[in-house]
Design a protein around this ligand. Structure first.
Ligand SMILES: [Fe+2]
Length: 254
């Protein structure tokens, strides 16, 4: 099983999980690039995984399943056209040889789910919940919900590969450096990402270990992050959720 990025729109990645002559895609916002990928590599689409309802993650479903019987896994609620298998916290599905467990991860949207497999090498498809160096905007959920969603990821194995849906890393790291200007891991990672983007390379997947070291949204309990949030908001004694709330709205205005 190998995982490839299919770039879509300006900065989306549609992840393709390939096994022999078959593949599964995660969040196909655009059917055209998925069809091109299939034709170029002689692959049959076997299933679709959806993390949340936003059109840049779901827009290609109907076209891709036309005249075919393809399982489309996604959040429960009946609000996304084309979903055949609704999933909730604790469910699990099999994709090729890997079992994926489902986490409900509300915050960016209320319906957001993520897919984690701990077989062979651990893999996380986290949609727009976690980005490298950042997290999704709180369009529908609360800071408290996002905090608990991100906490589910923090306890995953450090070597878990994190497949986020957008190439936002560089701009996220510019913000992260405002929050933690003295974090040496962050400074080093920023330099690497600048070089990668100069060469037009993808910065994803990341890993949980990397994110725990550099991503301020996973680091609300770290002293420097809390102090920065308190300084920015002119509030004292913020708890971890309060820190996350402040840095999320700080980032929204950054
Ligand atoms: Fe989204």
């Amino acid at each position: 099983m190998e995982i490839f990025a299919i770039p879509a729109f300006t900065d989306n990645y549609i992840w393709a999980v390939v096994e022999k002559d078959q593949f599964v895609v995660v969040d196909p916002g655009d059917s055209l690039v998925v069809k091109e990928f299939a034709e170029k590599n002689n692959l049959q689409l076997r299933a679709i995984l959806i993390t949340h309802w936003h059109p840049d993650h779901t827009g290609g479903i109907i076209e891709l399943v036309k005249d075919k019987s393809i399982s489309v896994y996604g959040p429960k609620g009946g609000h996304i056209d084309g979903i055949t298998d609704e999933l909730k916290e604790g469910d699990s599905i099999r994709i090729f040889d890997n079992e994926f467990s489902i986490f409900e991860t509300p915050g960016h949207t209320l319906d957001h789910i993520s897919y984690f497999s701990n077989e062979n090498k651990p893999i996380l498809f986290c949609g727009d919940t976690l980005f490298s160096g950042g997290c999704g905007r709180l369009f529908e959920g609360t800071p408290d919900q996002m905090f608990h969603s991100l906490n589910k990821f923090s306890s995953l194995p450090g070597n878990t590969k994190v497949y986020c849906t957008h190439e936002y890393t560089l701009s996220n790291l510019k913000f992260a450096l405002e929050v933690e200007p003295k974090n040496q891991d962050l400074i080093n990672y920023y330099d690497q990402v600048v070089e990668k983007r100069d060469r037009n390379e993808y910065t994803l997947p990341s890993t949980i270990e990397k994110e725990l070291n550099i991503n301020p949204f996973l680091r609300s309990s770290i002293e420097e992050v809390r102090k920065s949030a308190e300084l920015y908001s002119s509030k004292a004694n913020l708890d971890d959720v309060g820190v996350l709330a402040v840095i999320r709205s700080w980032k929204d205005n950054f």
